[in-house]
Design a protein around this ligand. Structure first.
Ligand SMILES: NC(=O)c1ccc[n+]([C@@H]2O[C@H](COP(=O)([O-])OP(=O)(O)OC[C@H]3O[C@@H](n4cnc5c(N)ncnc54)[C@H](O)[C@@H]3O)[C@@H](O)[C@H]2O)c1
Ligand SMILES: [Zn+2]
Length: 354
């Protein structure tokens, strides 16, 4: 079992992330024992699969299960949860235990920040994406007014319990989704890149070694520790995401993580135009993305999806697209491309890939 401590620069408190077998069954009950009232927040899919096991581990405590899926990451779900917490008469001294994927973590973390101006929360991430990415760093949110993550707060859980036992029931698509974010971390850290390339065939077979999960958590925790409120370094975690978000909107059938892998391929190709890039490394990164993707899927014509990249939050000028591009091992750079150039390069890359 690895214990990763997340200590933010300007914060007195710290939070621990337990990663490994036993995190859920052994560490969680001990951590929440002192709270007089506990409340579980989960989704219906996780509850149907894991409810009995959760009851064995935590005992008979109140539960609220939201319908599963991003489309329910809404104010209705947030307020339904807050109502259930009020009905259970939770106090300042109570704690909320979020058990599920990134959606449950994001909505539950926000509810815990709002209820009585803040109660303790603990997170048990049950998807690979939630373990290596969303449960680390205290960002919480709901989608609002048609905009993803528009309303939220920073609220670090007291502790996170990342246990591989949950992967027993995780569909392959969700595993690949998490691998996409692991590769993104690899494009930001030379050390992780070595580890991921050395294990690429395991990853391509969707078998994810626990030590690699812990390494990814430790990497994200180190980025968050230096820049909890995303004023600089934490923005690097958007690598590949400008193109990924455009592809996600256009493709619909591909998961977020698969689009991150595709986005990283496009943006690594675009980075080859930078004078100080390492082409050999960029080719290795592209090969890794292709291997874990299991090939390039059919893509709509670039002219259809590239304009969606203009919607990205990182863009600072009206007709320019900003990408966080990989450059050399462990090095990235924000590059602003006039939209015409971005679209033209994307089209050339797409013709070469497909
Ligand atoms: N807070 C952050 O820093 C951060 C970072 C990245 C992503 N996110 C957010 O995370 C969300 C995506 O997270 P996600 O990919 O975990 O999605 P998710 O929570 O929707 O989970 C994906 C699906 O897997 C199911 N599931 C969960 N655990 C399972 C298990 N063990 N076995 C079988 N099925 C299981 C869920 O019910 C759901 O249907 C997005 O809303 C995104 O905005 C947040
Ligand atoms: Zn992502």
């Amino acid at each position: 079992m690895r214990e990763i401590v997340l200590k933010e620069e300007a914060q007195p408190s710290e939070s621990v992330i337990y990663c490994g077998e036993g995190a859920f069954e052994e560490k969680l009950p001990a951590a929440v024992e002192k709270y007089p009232q506990k409340f579980i927040f989960t989704d219906t899919t996780v509850w149907n699969l894991w409810g009995e096991r959760i009851k064995e581990v935590l005992g008979d405590i109140p539960v609220f299960a939201m319908p599963a899926g991003e489309e329910h990451k809404t104010e209705e779900t947030l307020f339904a949860l807050l109502k259930a917490m009020a009905a259970a008469q939770l106090h300042r001294t109570s704690c909320l235990i979020m058990i599920g994927g990134g959606v449950v973590g994001d909505v539950g973390g926000l509810a815990a920040a709002l209820y009585m101006r803040g109660i303790a929360c603990f997170q048990v991430p049950t998807t690979l994406l939630a373990q290596v990415d969303s449960s680390v760093g205290g960002k919480t949110a709901i989608d609002f007014y048609g905009v993803k993550n528009l309303v939220g707060a920073f609220n670090q859980p007291r502790a996170v319990f990342a246990d591989p036992c949950f992967f027993e029931t995780l569909p392959p698509r969700e595993v690949r989704c998490g691998i996409g974010e692991m590769v993104k971390h690899g494009a930001l850290s030379a050390d992780l890149f070595e580890k991921l390339t050395a294990r690429s065939s395991e990853l391509a077979a969707l078998s994810v070694p626990v030590d690699l999960i812990a390494d990814n958590i430790a990497f994200k925790a180190s980025v968050v520790a230096q820049d909890a409120k995303e004023s600089g370094l934490r923005k690097s975690l958007n690598l590949g995401h400008t193109t990924a978000h455009a592809l996600e909107l256009a493709l619909k059938t591909k998961s977020h993580g698969e689009c991150v892998l595709l986005g990283t391929i496009f943006e690594a190709e675009m980075a080859k135009c930078e004078a100080d890039c390492d082409r050999e490394y960029l080719n290795e990164l592209i090969a890794l993305c292709k291997e874990v993707l299991g090939g390039i899927p059919a893509l709509p014509n670039a002219s259809e999806w590239t304009k969606l990249a203009l919607l990205d939050k990182k863009n600072t000028a009206k007709d320019a697209v900003v990408i966080t591009a990989p450059l050399r091992r462990g090095t990235y750079r924000l590059i602003s491309l006039p939209f015409e150039d971005y679209a033209k390069r994307a089209e050339e890359i797409e013709n070469k890939l497909c």
